[in-house]
Design a protein around this ligand. Structure first.
Ligand code: SF4
Ligand code: SF4
Length: 219
């Protein structure tokens, strides 16, 4: 969790709920694509993000790795992120529009909002100094434009917990077990396709948590 002083430096200091109004609406970003051009490798993708992008592009995870996304170390794990080219995000068209807008990653849906995880839950925060436009007020729920919100939020919390737990276990494990934790996560949650995302994700999440416990017991 971010230190309180740090949080106050980068946000407006408030925590928002799903039904709160927040000054985050960039009005469709008309004439501006700065964020999409300067994102470098910062957009780490969750399994749900990858599932949505696969659906939108018709490409498999391995096909996406051949140009659109890449793997990097993050939080002691290997996780996919959107790959940037010299013009910015690989999903940005020549006329500077997002080619996967309806299935864009969670990070892009939220921006300039972010999530603050605390007390077994999360709230939304508004990052300041990120957008050059005069932002208008909008309801958080409308801004994040996320279908099946209840299931989605359960997924967000479960995934956050898995990353936290797997990252900590990986940092403390020996080489063999670290490899199982890191590669197991990649195989289980990203490389194996989903047909029906949410139920399959939760099934895999329970299986993976049991596997981590077993691997560490046999270390
Ligand atoms: S800087 Fe603001 S207006 Fe420009 S792309 Fe980012 S959010 Fe949109
Ligand atoms: S996925 Fe779309 S919204 Fe997100 S950075 Fe790329 S072009 Fe921008």
């Amino acid at each position: 969790m971010l230190r309180q002083e740090k949080l106050e430096e980068i946000t407006d200091g408030r925590r928002y709920g799903i039904n709160d109004m927040v000054r985050a609406d960039a009005g469709g970003c008309k004439g501006c694509s700065k964020c999409c051009e300067t994102m470098t490798n910062t957009i780490i993708l969750s399994p749900l993000d990858v599932y949505r992008i696969e659906r939108q592009t018709g490409k498999s995870f391995n096909e996406l790795l051949d140009g659109h996304i890449e793997l990097n170390m993050a939080d002691g794990l290997i996780l996919p992120n959107i790959k940037a080219n010299k013009n910015g995000c690989n999903f940005l068209s020549e006329d500077k529009r997002c080619t996967i807008h309806s299935e864009r990653p969670d990070f892009c849906r939220l921006f300039p909002l972010g999530r603050l995880y605390e007390d077994e839950g999360f709230s939304y925060i508004l990052q300041v100094g990120q957008c050059d436009k005069a932002l208008s007020k909008v309801k958080v729920k409308k801004w994040i434009d996320t279908p099946s919100l209840k299931e989605h939020d359960e997924f967000v919390l479960k995934w956050h917990g898995i990353i936290k737990k797997a990252g900590a276990k990986s940092a403390a494990a020996g080489d063999d077990e670290r490899k199982k934790i890191v590669m197991g996560l990649l195989n289980e949650f990203y490389m194996t396709p989903y047909r029906d995302f949410y139920p399959e994700f939760f099934e895999r999440a329970n299986k993976y948590e049991m596997e981590i416990a077993r691997w560490l017991l046999t270390e």
